[in-house]
Design a protein around this ligand. Structure first.
Ligand code: TRP
Ligand code: ZN
Length: 612
């Protein structure tokens, strides 16, 4: 089938030009070998995935199954890193070239099944194009090795005065230098060659070598910790369920790792390992929020179904950045270390990390569900859900509204995505009773985690599962240009539970985890509902086209290798038989911003993110 057209481009750079380019980068490690094979006489440009918001990201027809990553962080706190990644790839259509997203560091060499392969790295376009000996065909697997070293690339956040991707936190005062990933939506390509789109989640094996005294943490289960030269250590993590590239966590810091009792909320009641990483010297009030993690997992697993991964916890970071739902290991700034944000990021483990987006325009499917989880948690603590929902409605009414599917980058993380998204789910809830709503949420996760999701999927599922009234309610909330009217519905879910949480002198036992949060939320302190809590500058952070999705589904049904791919793997787990100047350490106010946003713009943006 020739659904995708390839255009031929003339080779624009000679070997010499490549060598010169490489030589101008001033990297710590100079590439030892520019491609020794002649570059292809004509490089074929690959078709990106076709995301409606980020049209250049990814490669259509490429299916990365696993990234096996060896990373060396020789000087924590700086943006240099070096490493090797082995990608195990297959295709859903013949691919004459591989086109990975990669902004930096410098590529040292590329191998295809162990043999040197010609490549071109365009750091401006952020594409690493690799020529296989013969086209990659559906049903075949290939291992592609990329060795790289140098400074991480730069990708300014679309909305906030930070760069997403590899973060460098220089030493300051008592604090040692540190690094961590913060990559939503497309920051992973700043430090790793990837198919950087949520519709192509993959498994990860991550080995990180750090100097003496340092600890590395990453998404997945820790498998090994061994000595490295000069007193350093190498930590190995295995993320056995596929996750989107932006949710990969890697942290390097002088951490204290705190293990807690495993929580039996995994698939078929299996234990979920519990560990949190606190930078040495983290204050007790920051640590307090994390004592609720086990309880949060239990409450959310009750509503959403089994927790999808084998471990969960948080890695705490010191810069004032937004919290991020990195898989198995939420990235939690000190300034966002409160229960509500933790609930939100934990809920994303199901919505965003396990269930993945087909297109970035669908991001409300992550944010709306994660925000709704804040209500479910609050109600489980005996709080008045009614107040929360009314508060959401009032906030939605104060901000610009739009249909839920975003049409621009600026809309991705706005009030509509978070608050109107949550209200849309509430509009569904009030048409049925809570048992039905729980079955609905669990069914969405269980039935849709084996392919990227869209709003159309949710609408169709809602109609089928709950009937025409619920379907029509969601449709109105999804599609109306105006904010739909607030309806109570015939089922009264949202009543003040007996002994609602007052969070005064001695809070009720079931409220204590909320009330003991180090920074009481506004809701707790004023009784007024609100969105997420953040510090003054804390939040200042597609889909495959239908045809690509269909082609993925088709290939799953027809090729053996794809059937044994990540999608099959994640279904099996569900038991269904079938996941420098760029440093931000100085805090948001003092960081030279790559964005032109003023402080005021930033705080407006923060408000819009629904967390004040
Ligand atoms: N998904 C994050 C949340 O709601 C918010 C977010 C958007 C973010 N873009 C980011 C976080 C970039 C960190 C970096 O929890
Ligand atoms: Zn979120």
């Amino acid at each position: 089938m020739t659904r995708f057209t390839f255009s031929l481009v003339r080779r624009s750079s000679s070997l010499l030009a490549l060598a010169l380019l490489a030589g101008t980068q001033g990297q710590t490690a100079t590439p030892t070998a520019v491609p020794t094979l002649p570059p292809p006489s004509a490089l074929i440009t690959a078709q990106p995935i076709g995301d409606s918001i980020f049209p250049a990201l990814g490669q259509a027809g490429l299916d990365v199954l696993n990234y096996d990553l060896d990373l060396f962080v020789d000087r924590p706190g700086r943006s240099e890193l070096r490493g090797t990644v082995v990608l195990t790839v297959t295709a859903t259509q013949p691919l004459p070239v591989l086109s990975l997203d990669f902004l930096g560091p410098q590529v040292l060499d590329v191998r295809w099944e162990g043999l040197p392969a010609p490549y071109r790295h365009d750091q401006t376009a952020g594409k690493l194009t690799i020529q296989p000996p013969q086209p990659l065909r559906p049903g075949t697997l290939a291992r592609v090795t990329v060795r790289f070293a140098g400074k991480a690339g730069v990708r300014p956040d679309p909305d906030l005065p930070i760069d997403v991707g590899w973060q460098a936190v220089p030493a300051q005062g008592d604090r040692v230098g540190a690094n961590f990933t913060l990559s939503e939506p497309d920051g992973t390509r700043t430090f790793l060659p990837v198919n950087d789109h949520p519709s192509d989640p993959a498994t990860f094996t991550t080995r990180v070598t750090v100097p003496a005294g340092y600890t590395a943490a990453a998404s997945g289960v820790e498998r090994a910790e061994v000595a490295a030269p000069d007193g350093g250590r190498t930590f190995t993590f295995e993320q056995a369920q596929p996750i989107p590239t932006y949710t990969l966590a890697i942290h390097v810091n002088q951490f204290e790792r705190v293990d807690a009792a495993a929580v039996p909320v995994g698939v078929a009641g299996s234990d979920v390992l519990r560990r949190d990483y606190f930078p040495v010297g983290t204050q007790a009030d920051t640590r307090a929020a994390y004592t609720s993690t086990g309880e949060i997992l239990k409450v959310l697993a009750e509503w959403f179904g089994p927790y999808p991964f084998s471990a969960y916890g948080s890695a705490i970071v010191t810069p004032r950045v937004p919290a991020l739902e990195t898989a198995t290991l939420s990235t939690m700034p000190v300034t966002s270390s409160n229960t509500r944000v933790l609930v939100h990021e934990t809920a994303h483990q199901w919505f965003g990390d396990q269930l993945t987006l087909a297109d970035w325009s669908e991001v409300w499917l992550n944010e709306g569900f994660a925000t709704y989880a804040e209500l479910l948690w609050a109600q489980a603590q005996g709080e008045a859900g009614e107040d929360i929902v009314r508060g959401w409605y009032a906030r939605a009414g104060r901000s610009q509204t739009r249909p839920l599917v975003a049409t621009s980058e600026a809309q991705l993380f706005d009030t509509t995505a978070y608050i109107r998204g949550a209200l849309a789910l509430h509009a569904v809830r009030v048409t049925v009773d809570d048992a039905a709503f729980k079955g609905y949420l669990r069914g969405w996760v269980a039935g849709f985690h084996n392919r990227p999701v869209t709003t159309a999927d949710l609408l169709a599922y809602t109609r089928t599962r709950l009937g025409a009234t619920a379907g029509a309610a969601l449709r109105l909330w999804a599609e109306s240009p105006e904010l739909p009217p607030f309806r109570k519905g015939k089922h009264r879910h949202i009543h003040r539970a007996q002994g609602g949480c007052a969070c005064q002198a001695t809070p009720h036992a079931r409220c204590s985890s909320r009330c003991s949060s180090s920074r009481p939320s506004r809701r707790a302190s004023s009784g007024r509902p609100s969105g997420r809590l953040l510090s003054p500058c804390t939040m200042g952070t597609k889909r495959n086209s239908g045809r690509a999705i269909r082609s993925r589904r088709a290939v799953k049904a027809t090729t053996k290798s794809a059937r044994s791919s990540k999608w099959a793997l994640s279904s099996a787990r569900s038991g269904k038989g079938s996941p420098d100047s760029r440093s931000i350490s100085a805090g948001c106010g003092s960081k030279p911003s790559s964005s032109s946003l003023s402080r005021r713009d930033v705080s407006r943006k923060i408000d819009a993110l629904g967390r004040v």
